[in-house]
Ligand binder design. Sequence first.
Ligand code: ZN
Length: 168
Amino acid sequence: MSPIKMGVDPEAIKAPTPQAAGWYKLKLIGFKPKRGKTDNNSINYNATFEVLDPAIPPAGNAKALVFATMSIKMPNVINDIVHGLGFALEADGELPGKWVPDPADAEDVEKFQYQGPLMGRTMEAELAETEYNGNKRNEIRQVRCAVPQCNTKYPDIRHRTDLIGKKK
Ligand SMILES: [Zn+2]
């Protein structure tokens, strides 16, 4: 009889080491939409990006990940990321593509699945090393726009060089 391991993998409980601050290529691998904690009418898209060519490779086969809240209350963050992925927002402010509800619970935005051209796309982004609840992590400082002729096509848009700003 082989011994059954009753414990957890000690490697799995270590906080991931954040990437050194700098520019990276990030690939969008998913959204997990959530309602805002304080404002139920607000939505966070909660994007997950894989860091391609991470400076600090994670242990084992894990992917180096970076998360972006993408609250609809911070439209510049959403717009800059969408432009970084090579697309513009729709005229009504929606992401290109669509959100598909769960047929069993069509009203619950937290169960919406994104289907659209952003998925799997990459962008160039500057990561900053920040701290949250005592844990070091990465946040997206700025994104390099990948929309051709952005400033002539969208003269009213100014991309930000610091999306992090002050802490709430
Ligand atoms: Zn742009």
